[in-house]
Design a protein. Structure first.
Lengths: 431, 340
């Protein structure tokens, strides 16, 4: 079996959520099938500037075919189109222009897909919201499998999104919340959809003491791993932590790992260590008392899964339905919405040894049952086997809905995406 | 913080969150939303902390309002009759008016005019009277306003003071409850550490450690043992001879002075509060000094009072505990009758 993995960026040094997800899946599926990655030469997700050379290269043993990007992203144009399609009544054509402005537009990649589609049994697309997903699925819908990595943002309320979800052969969801969100917006229950998520390579013996010695961290601490950014809820985290210092467990520090896009407050109990490699990250997780996930929007938090794998409880932002659902389902973490809840939950986790022990055991079990690599690989292989059976039976393939006609495409009949999003169900999926 | 009763296979995160929210609600008293709390907090802070929000000329404005007196109102009183209408100081005019009077009377009803003017004059008189009454009332009101001003001013001061005190008390309460939590946890931790083995009862009794509350018999009068132990345990009432006194009057005197010093020291400590560590230290001292024999209630004096405390008696029971804290916060300058 030959598989193609199509993703907007790809590289060993790219740590974005969907891109890392794609790399891990490609590398693990490469053990069961011939896998080729089709991607762009872009490295920066803001500009989509060509930085890698076009052509084929090997990344961790997987062949990667890179294509040039037609144009870099014009941030102002993208913002203008976003404002129109998210906030105003608009046309289908407006959405296509928005998609073009978002990028990364690579005509050569699409040309290759169309011409070489028979070389691949199935094409796995990552991230529904980018140019390659809509036009790629449109080009090879009979072979398309989608890993949507959808979050609860306005893009899902666009008119083009349901066409993608309905146009693929199968969907590999990250969480039950994502599945419900997509099903309710696109009514694609006919397409096989499996909640898969992603695994992680957890070291056998992380060394917490090595981390403490290396970075001079003593005592108990809550750990945050990720981009230190307003959108990730970090400013709220700082605010809650600093204004609740007196009520927090005595001596508990906040240690931050990740690139700083937001100024980190200077305080003796807050330590920012910058971007660390995987070994340091896992050692830090092993040394921490708990992991804090303040993000409002996540389709799946890999670092939360890694924390659970290492037996560490997670304190998540309760307004992120995915994280909240994961905490409830894993029985290995708590969530907060207000400052009072932040303090009380932090205290509950940090001070109750019994609760902590129960969370640790549950987290390990949750990871082992759902996110260990053999489990993830098997889910992918099951879906591929099912599609092969359907192909062998020559079952009818629905394909992507035809685009509207010339006039219909220009008619401003689509509601603002934010209005569509507001109508969608929210909250964690408990069953 | 109260621990959670958890089994690994029975962790219900939502249930834990409900417990946490209930705890937060009970702390707050009223179930405000976070936005409401923020709003309330912002309003109060703005009023109290932002000088722009305070009317700095409030007193001046009040004084100005007080200075704004009613202007004297004394309308000219007049009376009108037919002669006023037709009369004149000039004779030719008076003559002409008299001549044309029938014609004028034919053209208009002058009597009605006179009547209305007369009524108006009466009304003026009534209004003037009422105005004087109003003025008197206003003067009285000014005096009352001054009192109101003082009253409101004092109320604001008192309210502010009460608010601050309330906040302090809340903080103190939180501090005490956290200490209590700490003690509870410590007690639980100690309970889990102690290993009870079957058949170890006698050896525990033989240990000099403080008797547990459950193990301790009810206090019963016991015969006083002569010697230092009796001196420590018993505080004589004024003028009463004691066993200890018979032993050594000087020793009793020293003991009394030492007791006073100790009580003064405790009094001073009582002012700044006591940490759990300090309490432990005192308890430990009590364990060292006191003996089971010492714990007997003295024949004279209050068993919860100074005598038991000064002798290092460490009683975990309620009244003694209360006596303990009373003693700490009491006024040491007052003469101690038991010491005399």
């Amino acid at each position: 079996m030959k598989l193609a993995v199509v993703v907007q960026r790809y590289g060993a040094d790219i740590n974005g959520g969907a891109e890392l997800h794609a790399r891990y899946v490609a590398e693990h599926l490469a053990q069961h099938a011939r896998v080729e990655v089709l991607t762009t030469c872009a490295r920066d997700y803001v500009t989509w500037r060509d930085e890698y050379p076009a052509g084929i290269e090997q990344v961790n043993g997987v062949p990667v075919r890179r294509f040039r990007v037609d144009h870099e992203r014009d941030v102002n144009a993208f913002a203008r189109w976003s404002g129109r399609v998210f906030g105003e009544q608009h046309s289908y054509l407006d959405e296509l222009k928005w998609l073009d402005a978002e990028g990364p537009k690579s005509s050569s990649l699409l040309t290759h897909l169309r011409s070489a589609q028979s070389d691949y049994d199935y094409v796995i697309f990552f991230s529904y919201r980018y140019y390659h997903a809509y036009h790629g699925v449109k080009a090879v819908s009979s072979r398309a499998i989608l890993v949507p990595t959808a979050e609860r943002d306005e893009a899902i309320g666009l008119g083009i999104s349901p066409r993608i979800f309905r146009g693929v052969r199968a969907l590999m969801y990250n969480s039950p919340e994502e599945k419900r969100l997509i099903e309710s917006v696109s009514h694609n229950q006919d397409a096989p959809g499996v909640v898969v998520g992603i695994g992680s390579e957890i070291p056998e013996r992380p060394m917490p003491e090595r981390f403490r010695q290396k970075f001079g961290i003593t005592g108990r601490f809550a750990l945050y791993v990720g981009r230190i950014d307003q959108n990730k809820g970090c400013s709220e985290l700082f605010s809650f932590f600093l204004s609740g210092l007196q009520a927090l467990p005595r001596g508990l520090r906040l240690v931050l790992i990740g690139k700083e896009n937001l100024p980190v407050p200077e305080h003796p109990r807050i330590h920012h260590l910058g971007f660390l490699d995987d070994q340091d990250k896992f050692d830090a997780l092993a040394a921490a008392d708990l992991l804090v996930m303040p993000s409002y929007y996540e389709s799946l938090s890999m670092v939360a899964l890694e924390a659970w794998a290492l037996g560490k409880p997670v304190l998540a932002n309760g307004r992120c339905e995915v994280l909240r659902g994961q905490c409830i389902r894993s029985r290995a973490g708590l969530y907060y919405e207000t400052q009072a809840e932040f303090i009380e939950t932090l205290r509950a986790i940090a001070e109750s040894r019994r609760l902590n022990a129960a969370f640790a055991a549950n987290g390990r079990e949750f990871f082992r049952q759902n996110y260990a690599w053999p489990v993830i690989e098997q889910k992918y292989l099951d879906v591929l086997a099912r599609l092969r059976e359907d192909d062998a039976r020559q079952a009818a393939v629905q394909g992507m809905d035809p685009e509207p006609g010339w006039l219909a495409k220009r008619r401003k009949a689509l509601p603002p995406a934010s209005d569509v999003l507001a109508e969608l169900p929210s909250g964690p999926v408990l069953n | 913080m109260a621990d959670f009763n958890i089994r690994t296979d029975a962790v219900d995160v939502e249930q834990i969150m409900r417990q946490i929210r209930a705890r937060i609600q009970s702390k707050r008293g009223v179930d405000y939303t976070e936005e409401q709390i923020q709003e309330l907090a912002n309003v109060k802070l703005e009023r109290f902390l932002d000088p722009k929000g305070v009317r700095s000329d409030l007193v001046e404005q009040f004084k100005r309002a007080r200075d704004r007196k009613l202007e004297p109102f004394q309308p000219e009183q007049y009376s009108v009759d037919a002669n006023d209408l037709y009369g004149s100081s000039k004779a030719p005019v008076r003559l002409l008016r008299k001549l044309f009077r029938p014609i004028l009377k034919m053209l208009l009803n002058a009597n009605r005019l006179v009547q209305v003017l007369h009524q108006q004059s009466e009304l003026n008189r009534v209004y003037e009277k009422q105005f004087h009454l109003l003025r008197e009332k206003n003067q009285q009101r000014d005096e009352v306003d001054t009192l109101y001003y003082e009253l409101v001013h004092n109320l604001v001061l008192e309210l502010t003071r009460v608010g601050i005190e309330n906040r302090n008390l809340k903080m103190r309460l939180e501090s005490l409850s956290s200490r209590m939590d700490f003690d509870e946890r410590r007690a639980r931790a100690l309970e889990t550490v102690v290993q009870y083995r079957p058949g170890s009862g006698p050896s525990r009794e033989a240990q000099p450690a403080r008797p547990r509350q459950d193990d301790r018999p009810y206090p019963q009068p016991q015969p006083q043992q002569p010697g230092a132990g009796a001196t420590l345990a018993f505080q004589p009432a004024p003028g009463q001879p004691t066993t200890g006194e018979a032993g050594s009057g000087e020793q009793a005197g020293e003991s009394s002075t030492a007791r006073r010093r100790r009580r003064r020291r405790r009094g001073r400590r009582g002012g700044r509060g006591r940490t759990p560590g300090e309490t432990t230290a005192i308890d430990t001292a009590g364990t060292e000094i006191g003996s089971p024999a010492d714990s007997a209630t003295p024949p004279h004096g209050d068993p919860t009072g100074d005598a038991a405390l000064d002798d290092g008696f460490d009683n975990d029971e309620g009244p003694a505990e209360a006596g303990h804290y009373q003693d700490d916060s009491g006024d040491d300058d007052e003469p101690d009758p038991s010491a005399q």
